[in-house]
Ligand binder design. Structure first.
Ligand SMILES: [Cu+2]
Length: 228
């Protein structure tokens, strides 16, 4: 009698096909990471010891940022985290964890004003446009925060030692840059990301010409001289 080859037997063939299917399903588009280290030269010419407020991001990259939800809390008359990086369309909550009133506002871009509230209330803002938003409190001049909004998903914050990893870029040529509030944006560094693995980039920021300027309140006036 005619016999089918053994691999046509469903008991053999089905597991093989299923295995192939799983293999394809787990194969996503090839992607590599950008890893490196950033340094920041302060006004006194010394290297900054804590780089955790540095944001690293990639220019000239396709791919839309995923909107997320993030939190910047107000505690002990301070915003935490001081620097946040998010994708366009993300909503940031600003819970007040202090028993005193705070008033988050920004004059960056269109500007916004969340008004006065205290614990346990919270306010929020959705950031639809890329950019760097400086946030203040209208009561406490010492309070400030930055929200960096990016329109592609390739960004990261540096670790305190300056190391960073931007994950999951399709293979290609990119420009990677760093930003810090005292230095602004540094010079872009060109990298070639492989289909798998890592590209390396070392970035440098210059804060030697930074001058601290006391910002105004939301009315464009000096803060009250009362010490808070
Ligand atoms: Cu405040």
């Amino acid at each position: 009698m005619f016999q089918l080859p053994r691999f046509c037997n469903p008991r053999v063939l089905l597991p093989v096909l299923f295995g192939l299917f799983l293999g394809f399903a787990s194969t996503s588009a090839p992607a590599g990471d950008i890893v490196g280290r950033v340094e920041l030269i302060e006004k006194n010419g010394k290297k900054a010891a804590d780089l955790s407020d540095v944001v690293v991001y990639v220019e000239s990259a396709r791919g839309k940022a995923k909107p997320g939800r993030d939190v910047v809390s107000m505690k002990g008359k301070s915003f935490s985290p001081h620097v946040l990086v998010v994708g366009t369309g993300s909503t940031v909550e600003f819970p007040n964890q202090d028993p005193i009133l705070h008033n988050v506002f920004s004059i960056s871009g269109e500007g916004f004003d969340l008004g006065l509230y205290k614990r346990p209330k919270s306010g929020s803002r959705t950031f639809d446009k890329p950019g760097v938003y400086t946030l203040y409190c209208n009561i406490h001049p010492q309070m400030s925060a930055l929200v960096v909004v990016r329109d592609n998903p390739y960004f990261a914050k540096a670790a305190p030692d300056g190391s960073f990893r931007v994950e999951g870029l399709p293979a290609g040529d990119y420009k990677v840059m760093a930003f810090h509030e005292r230095a602004g944006e540094g010079m872009p560094v060109a990298v070639k990301v492989p289909a798998t693995g890592e590209a390396e980039a070392d970035l440098s920021l210059d804060a030697t010409s930074y001058k601290r300027v006391q910002h105004k309140n939301k009315y464009g006036k000096d803060y009250s001289l009362k010490v808070y």
